[in-house]
Design a protein around this ligand. Sequence first.
Ligand SMILES: *Cc1c(COP(=O)(O)O)cnc(C)c1O
Length: 449
Amino acid sequence: MNKKDLNRREFLNAASAASLAAAASGAIPAYGNVSKKAGKPAILGGKPVRTKAFLRWPVWDKSAEEPVLSILRSGNWYRGRGDTVSKFEEQYAKLMGAKRCVCTVNGTNALLTALNVLDIGVGDEVIVSPYTFIATYNVVFGSCALPVFVDTDPETFQINPDKIEERINENTRAILPVHILGLPANMDKINAIAKKHNLVVIEDACQAWLAEWRGKKCGTLGDLGCFSFQNSKHLPCGEGGAVIGNDDEVMDRCYSYHNCGRPFGSVKATSGYPIIGTNRRMTEYQAAILLSQIKRLEKDAQKRTMNADYLTSRIKDIPGILPAKFYDGVTRAAYHLYPFRYKKEHFNDIPRSRFLSALSAEGIPCSSGYGPQYKDGVVEAVLNSRNFKRSFSKARLAKYRRELHYPENDQLCKEAVWFTQNMLLGTKRDIDDIADAILKIYENRDKLS
Ligand SMILES: *Cc1c(COP(=O)(O)O)cnc(C)c1O
């Protein structure tokens, strides 16, 4: 039967019967909200799958109001005149399963603190992933050390653990794995390599609250773990961060360092200030917001995982849609973002940018995620700075430049599609809308190219 021989209604029925049959045979999935199926793509003037906005982030409740107001009215705004920051540090360490926690002004400064107390600085090399928020390597450059990139594993979006060892040399001091998008990096392999080469491990867990590797929380798997509590994060207070760890002496140094280098615990002074320090102290009202936010963290995390799993089940069989995979050791993912790879060859070669526009037009906000930032001007600017020119030999900088090739990462940057975490906090119907919109674009791929 020819398409022209059918009227529109019959055609839709036939098309939907075909897609149901395909779904039954495991080829492509059916629609979730059947009433919204097929039709003309919204980008071509059709009715969008969704018009309702997704949940707005951050979400808060009244439990924050009284504590914030009473701190405001007391005038005791900094941690030296209150116990709110200390209270949160205790709760957070306990929740993470870490011995200690020191809060900082933000996640970037948590990372800088960790690098400082572990004595990473001029001339050192730190292994990092190129697929991350810029802060992960800004802090290494900021410590006058070189971030040495290791190519990305496109299936997991994480650092490829099998390519780490070839980048280690006598200058390597640390591995700085990031659990990017809230999905755990391969910590078994990373820790084994660190042990073998006597390197410290600082986890950038700034997107990975409550994520787990073999039942242990991300951020407790290396020497120190760093977190962010920025506005967009799962545990937000505007700006905020924390370093967690189990070594009392190292954590005493964190505290002392973040508090202008004043004596603290094992960091003792014969007179005045024992170590060089800075001021990275969190304020009391930031901590008051966190004490309220921490109450919802677990419940939100469960919802995100449930919805993310459902989304994966709905879209994994659409040709050309490849959700992120997990390593064997992952026992929990935090889904700060929901990522998949878009393979245009299965979508009649519609470029990713067109796919993203079509998806947005259906009422589904989405983005292409990180670009290959190591190609941005920042790396060259740093290598050409006075600081770096006098800290590294010409030969080392030349070698560093020569090695800036990460083909798998570049390919991933061309294929990635992200949804933000707040989209995973709604109902099953919200998730059906996301999946239906992708399916609708897939079924209309011939019209969209
Ligand atoms: C947010 C974030 C940071 C930095 O945290 P801020 O609190 O914004 O300074 C570092 N690394 C990653 C991966 C992040 O997502």
